[in-house]
Structures are given as structure tokens and as C-alpha cells.
Design a protein around this ligand. Structure first.
Ligand code: ATP
Ligand code: MG
Ligand code: MG
Ligand code: MG
Length: 465
């Protein structure tokens, strides 16, 4: 089954079961200043779960475009290193707003996987929250799941929240066993981080709303929110292990390899670039442009990271913007706006590319010199800051290079330099514009070590047209 066929089979199955088909919402959440990007299918339905918005339906299904490159769910640093993470992906989901609850949610998921898609039960592994006896009984007594492929886990794995605040609840997850040839243990085991057992579907039983103070109040009606990564289920259906080998990525990677003249299609940098062209194109389509603050800076960081990987593969001229065409070929049918806005997206990318190309080479030279002279294994704060400030290297880009060479970065040192710079510009700007008037975003303070000040992203440049 192709990715498009799976998407359609999912939506048709839930439609047949009384769900309203709902279009994907944009990546910039219209209703939520606390959220950096739409990171799950439930985001557009947040108010329905809270009971503050009523719709004409109580069951919905969607294929939601998501970006996880900042905030509570951040997978940027996983890209290129795991078989299953993207910055941009599509999440298939079915939702119940105070209608059905655990029993039906589990039944729908199990039937879709084992009957519609015909997956063998003995390849599927199930987890529940350790205190959720109700779900456990449904799995054992009604689905007949085998005890040997079942784990009870704690909050870290089986309690889902959209962000620090908002709807949340215990969840039950379904994993696919890709077989002995891949390293990794079952969920909950010490070697669960391997890629053998891949999480495909999360069924969240929405029961609470978490306030800023961390207080949990029960939702007016228990609800259901599920999410299954389209690329992950496509990998299962297409008998490949990595998401990067599914139809869509194989074609996109072929296109990119052609543009860059690279022979080995399993090259890690090609995968990173293929991932990044998707997130960058869709972010631009949804109104974000590269810049220095908040969402715009996240986009800039992803673009620059992709350009650096292209450079590593030998690209000497602009290439990234040319990849939009390959993406349109793969996704233009499902997303007609992508095709319509192709030139706009290309122009925005090329502009950023030209700007960064001027300093990338010089910056790399500085970094190489610094690494050559390194006595330990840590790149110092001063170098990190110089690269950031003079050559436009976002910190995570330098961290990416460091990681490839088994080096670390002195994040604290970087933050100190940053702080000094901030103080200086504050003094110089005493009578200038105060950007702090703008909305503050909840950008992950842990994200590869941006300091407190950097983490307080400020939306300054969101252009929606
Ligand atoms: P993982 O543990 O693999 O990082 P997750 O627990 O963070 O996944 P959820 O928040 O439960 O993921 O999201 C629901 C589903 O969305 C997952 O079961 C998976 O199929 C898919 N998914 C999550 N993150 C990604 C990603 N970065 N790239 C592709 N698919 C993803
Ligand atoms: Mg995750
Ligand atoms: Mg998980
Ligand atoms: Mg999960």
C-alpha cells in the first residue's frame, strides 16, 4: 500500500464508523499562543476536549500535518539518528469528544490494524498505564491480546500531554515488532531505545486539563484522542524498517541525490535534507518565514542545518530551494496548496540560502581551525558564540557538527557570552523598540541548550497570507 492509500484507508474506515472527516489545520496553531507548532492531531480540537467549543459532530478523523522541532515535543536532534523520527510528519487520528471512550477506541484501533490492514497479531505489542486496569481488561478480555506482548508503564511513557498545560490523560500504545534483525528491546525494557519495536499508535484517554500551576481538573466528559504516524505505519505496510525507505521518502531522496550528485541513497545527510525540505516547505506554506525570533528562528535553524548537510555532501551552490519541486511531486496531490505556492516557497528558501552561503564557508573554516587546536573534546563558548554572532551558525547546527565528530559543546559558556551581548544591546537600545511587548512562546528551554533568554522566543514575524 502506498502512503496515500494508507491515509485514505484510515479516513474511510473511521468515516464508515461515524466519524466526520476533518481537514488538517495549519502548522501554526491559530488558537494557541502557548504552542510553538501543531505537534499532534488533537491541537485543532483542544477546545472541543475542554468543552468550550461545540461542533456539529462528536467523532472526527483527520490526517494532521505536524512539526516537532521545538517545545515539549522536539525531535530535531533525532532526525538522521533514528529510523522513526521526522521534524515534519503526518499524524492519522480519530477523536471522540465526550462520545465513546476506552472500549471503542481500543476496538477501532485493533480492528483497523488487524482486519483492515491485515497485520499479524503476533507482531503487535501493547502498553498501558500501570494504573489503568480498565484498559488492561479490555485488551485481555475483549481483544484477546497475549500477556507476553504486553507492558504496564508509568507516566513517562503512558501519560500524554500536548504541552505543559491543556488536555491530557493516560494512554495505551501499540508497537510493531520489526524483527530480530534490528537491535532493541520491547517497550519498558532496558534496551527499548533501539528501533526493533517501533511505536505506531498512541490512544490517549483524555480525562484532565492541566493548568499553569500544574493542577489537574477533570474534563467535562472523558474523550479520546489518538495519533498514528503515517510514515511509521507505511514502513510497516511496505515491509521496510526505516521511515526513510517508504515510497514517499525513497522518491524524494532519489530526487535530492540527483540534484546533489550523490550515489549512496542511504547517506544520513540525504535523509536529514529530505526531512528538512518537508518541514521547511510546509512551515513557509503555513505562513512562517525565516527570521531571528520564535517560530521564525526555528525555521531558520532547520534551513541552515539542511544547507550545512548539503555542503557536507559537496554542494557548492544553492540547492535547497530546488528540492521543493521533488516534494511537490510527492505531496502536491494531497496538498494542492503546496503546488500553488511552489514559487513562493522556493523564493523564500533561496533567499535564506544565499544569505547563509556567504558566511557558511568562512564559519566552517573558523570551526575547523578551532577543532584542530582543541586540547580536550569540548568546543568552547567563545567559538560557539563567534560562529553564532558573526557567521549565523545557530547553536544546534554547531552541536550537530560536534556530535558527528564525537565532540561536545560548552553551552554554558555560550550562554554567558549571549547574556553579555544582550546586556550591551539593551543599553544601546534604551530608546529603541521593545520587542518584549510581543507574545511569548513556550519554546523548550532544554532544546540543545539555548539559555533562558534565548528560549523565551518572541513572535515577531508571522506572516499569514
Ligand atoms: P516516540 O516515542 O517514538 O518519540 P511519541 O511517543 O513521542 O513517539 P506521540 O506523542 O505518542 O509520539 O505521537 C503519536 C504518534 O505519532 C506516535 O505513535 C508515532 O506514530 C507518531 N510520531 C510521533 N513523533 C513522530 C516523529 N517525530 N516522526 C514521525 N512520527 C512521529
Ligand atoms: Mg517522541
Ligand atoms: Mg513514545
Ligand atoms: Mg507515544
Amino acid at each position: 500500500m502506498s502512503s496515500s492509500e494508507i491515509r485514505e484507508a484510515f479516513l474511510a474506515f473511521f468515516e464508515k464508523n461515524g466519524h466526520q472527516r476533518v481537514d488538517s489545520s495549519p502548522l501554526v496553531p491559530g488558537n494557541d499562543p502557548t504552542l510553538l507548532f501543531t505537534n499532534a492531531g488533537m491541537v485543532q480540537f483542544k477546545e472541543c476536549f475542554l468543552g468550550t467549543e461545540k461542533r456539529s459532530y462528536v467523532r472526527a478523523a483527520s490526517s494532521q500535518r505536524c512539526v516537532r522541532a521545538g517545545g515539549k515535543h522536539n525531535d530535531l536532534e533525532n532526525v538522521g539518528y533514528t529510523a522513526r523520527h521526522h521534524t515534519f510528519f503526518e499524524m492519522l487520528g480519530n477523536f471522540s469528544f465526550g462520545d465513546y471512550f476506552k472500549r471503542e477506541a481500543i476496538r477501532f484501533a485493533w480492528d483497523f490494524l488487524t482486519k483492515e490492514l491485515g497485520l499479524p497479531e503476533d507482531k503487535l505489542w501493547v502498553t498501558v498505564h500501570k494504573d489503568d486496569k480498565e484498559s488492561e481488561e479490555i485488551w485481555f478480555n475483549e481483544m484477546g491480546i497475549d500477556q507476553t506482548r504486553f507492558s504496564r508503564l508509568g507516566d513517562k511513557d503512558n501519560f500524554w500531554s500536548m504541552g505543559d498545560t491543556g488536555p491530557c490523560g493516560p494512554c495505551s500504545e501499540i508497537f510493531y515488532d520489526h524483527g530480530e534483525s534490528v537491535a532493541g528491546g520491547p517497550p519498558g525494557s532496558p534496551d527499548e531505545d533501539g528501533d526493533r519495536y517501533i511505536e505506531i499508535w498512541n490512544l490517549v484517554f483524555m480525562q484532565f486539563n492541566r493548568s499553569k500551576e500544574g493542577e489537574m481538573t477533570p474534563l467535562p466528559k472523558p474523550s479520546v484522542d489518538t495519533g498514528m504516524g503515517l510514515e511509521r505505519i507505511a514502513a510497516v505496510m511496505q515491509h521496510v524498517h526505516s521511515n526513510y525507505e517508504i515510497d514517499l521518502f525513497a522518491n524524494l531522496i532519489r530526487f535530492i541525490a540527483n540534484v546533489l550528485g550523490v550515489k549512496d541513497h542511504s547517506n544520513q545527510s540525504l535523509r536529514v535534507i529530505a526531512d528538512h525540505i518537508r518541514s521547511c516547505s510546509f512551515l513557509i506554506l503555513d505562513g512562517v518565514l525565516p527570521g531571528n525570533e520564535g517560530r521564525s528562528y526555528v525555521l531558520r535553524r532547520i534551513i541552515r542545518r539542511a544547507i550545512r548537510h548539503g555542503n557536507k555532501l559537496g554542494a557548492t551552490t544553492d540547492f535547497f530551494y530546488k528540492l521543493v519541486e521533488g516534494l511537490v511531486r510527492e505531496m502536491g496531490e494531497a496538498y494542492p496548496d503546496l503546488k500553488k505556492r511552489q514559487t513562493y516557497i522556493e523564493d523564500a528558501l533561496q533567499k535564506e540560502e544565499q544569505q547563509f552561503a556567504r558566511t557558511l564557508e568562512q564559519g566552517m573554516k573558523i570551526l575547523e581551525q578551532d577543532i584542530a587546536q582543541l586540547s580536550g573534546t569540548e568546543i568552547g563558548g567563545e567559538t560557539l558564540f563567534k560562529l553564532y554572532d558573526t557567521y549565523g551558525f545557530p547553536l544546534d547546527l554547531t552541536a550537530d557538527i560536534a556530535r558527528e565528530r564525537n565532540l561536545t559543546i560548552d553551552e554554558d559558556g555560550f550562554n554567558q557570552h549571549m547574556q553579555v551581548q544582550k546586556e550591551k544591546s539593551k543599553q544601546a537600545n534604551q530608546f529603541g523598540t521593545d520587542y518584549n511587548d510581543s507574545v511569548e512562546l513556550d519554546i523548550d528551554t532544554e532544546f540543545l541548550g539555548y539559555g533562558q533568554a534565548e528560549a523565551q522566543g518572541i513572535v515577531k514575524e508571522i506572516i499569514v497570507d
